[in-house]
Design a protein around this ligand. Structure first.
Ligand code: ADP
Ligand code: MG
Length: 702
């Protein structure tokens, strides 16, 4: 286990961060680059040469021999192609070289990345372009340069480019509104993200024996052991030695990469844990969340474990999500969602909150789409994660404030400011202005909004692209009204009132898991999208295509590619799961079942020969019952094969139709097969069950 005496000495030691830049770059180059990073000024390509050379020298000192343009293609996982800093200057002599050109632009054969029809294979060329707002870093002997990734025609083939566009968009609209409110100095407003990451740790020796974990990243079979999470004894429980050692190593590796791993604890399910960093600028937070997931997996392997990020790796216990804490801050460092006691700033706060409320209500479909995946479909709405209807938890205080503005009636029903603990030695605590509500998909948590619908493996880019844009559009709406108003102060009140009146249906402060809420949400006509197949078509709606194109986030072609890819990935995921189930059933479960059936038959035969009637009757009954289970497995297996064939028979190109077959037919056949095999698991002797069980997977790390 890594021992760290001085955290600050290692923090960011592998990052080409501000202090490295200040010490390694000539002053004018440093200032110019900082302007691009902080203020969004255009990158001066003349400085690239100097930066490249400084970066290379710095990276070589850290043992790097290669560089790579590091990007997030539409697979959702980082891609890297390593190039040595190597130039041949004579047949047997090399120098280490890295030019400004190498830094700014790279070329990557794009033909094997998903493009959703954006790029024909004959136009295989794709380009990576340096995103200097996210710092370069050294990882495993390679200098990694965060980049955006585009097609030959400039269409975004990645998650980062649209994220940067949406950040620019929400910044412009925020600045516009702030200027109208009298702020003369603000030039830029940036979204910040703090991504809380959940994960499971499973012992490698058990993990490696299960084909479903290997191929699908989740268990496709498995009966619950006698104990699960019902005693709530894992959440915040003390860390097992092995887990604690893993977490300590993970912290060190993350800190070296400048990732502010801050909070760690056991989560609700056995074998489940969480890590949270300190929030930072959205694009950097996005890159770093990807890196965090990668490092988690690597460090877990070193400790003989597997880190699982699937949204629902085990039935019967909680799945893993990611909480996206989001706020907007000015270049002066002011958080626009900080409630204030002074009226002027409070109006600003209320306007920005109103923009969020309006945006979420009007564009719930896009937000819902941004977290849609086959894996997350198994988690959302399951009383462990938010429901599939989007609502906002505002808390009583903020809801009251809006109500008072609308009704003009003063309401004293606000929380006491201090929580009296009733214990003399413990000081009274200042109450947060909002209580916690764990059941809401989108909660105001004091000075930020927390979007809780993301699945654990999902890139935070997707939801923040939508979040930034829907809020930008509402800010645009607000500013347009204020610009036209004769009395701006009066209009501010009118806007707050109108937005609240028109969009308060999306606000819900109660229990999001309750049946009443389902009914109430229907009554309020809030859109409900149960799954990926339900929500994906929202990307083909004219108003959404125009909306995202108008704000410069996705061209219609880019948007269509996201639609296609989402559904294709959905189909492929289901296909892999179905094929894995068939394989495991045919090669592992049925043979084990027949072996046991054989034992049972022998038992029947022996009892009969021995002439012991009562034992014979029992053995016979058991054998018959087991025969019925085997029969169920065989029938479910045949049905799954037929369903799968139905999906294959859908004409090529009809992605939505095929996805519908996967959801309606293949998925329900998979459920039947699982149920039959899991029933067998509960009766077959442990030594005959061919793979590690939930007991080993969930309780095997000690
Ligand atoms: P909880 O589990 O109560 O939600 P955590 O401490 O686990 O709280 O995580 C909260 C996350 O929110 C952290 O990543 C934190 O850095 C982040 N956060 C705090 N303030 C802001 C903010 N203003 N904007 C965005 N994220 C924030
Ligand atoms: Mg937390």
């Amino acid at each position: 286990m890594s021992k760290v005496n001085n955290l600050s000495a290692i923090f960011g030691c592998n990052v080409f961060n501000d202090s490295v830049m200040r010490s390694k770059l000539p002053k004018n180059v440093y200032i110019s680059l900082k302007q691009t990073i902080k203020e969004g000024a255009e990158l001066d390509s003349a400085i690239a040469e100097v930066v490249a050379s400084a970066m290379k020298d710095w990276a070589i000192e850290l043992g790097a021999t290669h560089y790579c343009h590091w990007f997030i293609p539409l697979t959702g996982s980082p891609a890297e192609k390593h190039n040595a800093f190597l130039t041949l200057i004579s047949p047997d002599e090399v120098i280490m070289e890295f030019s400004g050109k190498n830094l700014i632009k790279g070329e990557a054969d794009a033909s094997s990345f998903p493009s959703g029809g954006l790029r024909a294979t004959f136009e295989a060329r794709g380009y990576t372009a340096w995103d200097c707002t996210s710092p370069a870093f050294v990882k495993d002997g390679t200098l990694c340069i965060p980049t955006v990734y585009t097609s030959y025609n400039g269409e975004a083939l990645d998650k980062k480019a649209p994220l940067l566009r949406s950040m620019e968009c929400v910044s412009n609209q925020s600045v516009r509104l702030l200027r109208l409110l009298g702020d003369k100095h603000v030039n830029r407003v940036m979204p910040s993200i703090g991504a809380e990451q959940e994960y499971f740790l499973v012992d490698e020796k058990y993990h490696s024996q299960r084909l479903d974990l290997k191929f699908a990243g989740k268990t496709l079979f498995g009966a619950m052991p006698p104990k699960g999470q019902e005693l709530d004894d894992h959440y915040y429980g003390n860390l097992k030695q092995r887990v604690s050692e893993f977490m300590a190593d993970l912290d060190v590796e993350l800190w070296k990469l400048g990732i502010t791993s801050k909070t760690k604890h056991n989560e609700v399910a056995p074998a489940q844990h969480e890590l949270a960093p300190i929030f930072e600028i959205a694009s950097v937070a996005c890159d770093r969340n990807h890196l965090t997931m990668e490092v988690m997996k690597k460090v877990a392997k070193k400790h003989g474990m597997r880190c699982m990020l699937n949204e629902k790796p085990f039935e019967g216990v909680n799945g893993s999500g990611k909480h996206n804490n989001w706020s907007l801050s000015t270049d002066a460092g002011e958080n626009l969602f900080n409630p204030s006691s002074d009226l002027k700033n409070n109006k600003r706060f209320l306007l920005f909150c109103a923009a969020v409320i309006r945006g979420v209500d009007l564009h719930a479909d896009l937000l819902r789409f941004s977290v849609a995946s086959a894996g997350n479909d198994c988690r959302l709405g399951g009383h462990e994660a938010p429901p599939t209807v989007i609502s906002i938890f505002l808390g009583d205080d903020l809801t009251n404030t809006f109500e008072q503005i609308c009704t003009g009636v003063k309401n004293n029903d606000v929380h006491q400011a201090y929580l009296d603990m009733g214990i003399k030695t413990v000081p009274n605590l200042k109450l947060d202005s909002t209580d916690r509500n764990r059941t809401s998909p989108f909660a105001f948590t004091g000075n930020k909004f927390e979007f809780r619908m993301l699945g654990a493996p999902t890139s935070v880019a997707s939801c923040n692209i939508m979040l930034n844009t829907i809020v930008a559009e509402s800010l645009d709406y607000i500013s347009t009204r204020l610009e036209k108003a004769a009395d701006i102060q009066q209009e501010i009140d009118n806007v707050i009132k109108d937005i609240y009146e028109n969009h308060k249906r999306v606000i819900f402060n109660g229990d999001g898991y309750s049946e009443e809420w389902r009914k109430e949400a229907k009554r309020r006509k809030l859109p409900e999208f149960n799954d990926t197949v339900d929500v994906a078509p929202c990307l083909t709606k004219k108003e959404n295509i125009e909306f995202l194109a108008n704000y410069g986030i996705f061209t219609p072609v880019e948007l269509n590619s996201r639609y296609e890819i989402t559904l294709r990935v959905y189909n492929k995921t289901k296909n892999i799961e179905a094929k894995t189930m068939i394989d495991m059933t045919e090669k592992q479960f049925l043979p084990a079942g027949f072996e046991y059936a054989n034992c049972l038959s022998k038992g029947v035969k022996n009892a009969k020969e021995a002439g012991i009637e009562s034992v014979y009757a029992l053995e016979k009954k058991k054998a018959e019952q087991f025969g019925a289970i085997l029969n169920d497995i065989q029938c479910a297996l045949d049905e799954l094969k037929a369903s799968l064939q139905e999906a294959y028979d859908v004409k090529y190109g009809q992605t939505l139709k095929r996805a519908t077959v996967y959801r309606d037919k293949v998925d329900s056949s998979m459920k039947k097969l699982r149920k039959a095999v899991d029933t067998m698991e509960t009766v077959i002797p442990r030594k005959l069950y061919p793979v590690p069980t939930y007991v080993e997977l969930l309780f095997g790390v000690d």
